[in-house]
Design a protein around this ligand. Sequence first.
Ligand code: SAM
Length: 273
Amino acid sequence: MTDRRSSLPPANGPLASGEAVPARPAAGETTHFGYQTVRKEEKAEKVAEVFHSVAAKYDMMNDLMSLGIHRLWKRFTIEMSGVRPGQQVLDIAGGTGDLARAFQKEVGGNGRVVLADINASMLAVGRDKLLDVGVAGQVEFVQANAECLPFAPGSFDLITIAFGLRNVTDKDAALRSMYQSLKPGGRLLVLEFSKPVIEPLAKVYDAYSFSLLPLMGKLVANDAESYRYLAESIRMHPDQETLKGMMQNAGFERCDYHNLTGGIVALHRGFKF
Ligand code: SAM
């Protein structure tokens, strides 16, 4: 993996840095990073390396790897969000800002959109992209860890996390933190890779993920390793029903999910009442 932090264009304004401090995992506890078992405190560093490495080419690789289908998954997420003018929205793990940009249009001048991410390189690319399309001034950028969001309880009508949760070390803590940051009546949408529900599709998808993805990563981004992590992290992520149960455990009600593209991706939704 190459670290491209230093080659990123200079930042065009301050990034607010989240103030909450993540709980330190007890020494010796392990978790997974793709198929590797690592100490819990190591995982965040390894995930950070991946996203510092891929940030500059993230959008191009996303279009290439999904043949543009990620745009349809995100469009569905926006439609299911029920977001209205004037509402307060947090897109956590928002990366290069696709959802934040769309939500800004929906909430208008009286609303608020916060794009938060743990990774400065991804935020910098997102901020530059939103500057280019003229909406950066209307979106707040915050560097924050999903496990310990630095917002007052009850701040948001809607929280989204797209292709972010599987990278978080303590997913239960992240879900609890998102629950706390929502207003009563607010909702969480989790867009994430999931478990294909059609057997022949699962076989083709496996072959694609473990052969073609790392190859594309090597040829286009000179980084096979990050794209191998992508394939492995998807397989290690909780399936549809498990994630639904985790959301319920965090306090969410009326939880449901929609399988997209045969379950390659699922959109989970839960409410805080
Ligand atoms: N949401 C964007 C999208 O759909 O295109 C970006 C998704 S990208 C695959 C995953 C993002 O999750 C990265 O920007 C990464 O920095 C962020 N991330 C990973 N762990 C995080 C954490 N603990 N808290 C906040 N963001 C995190």
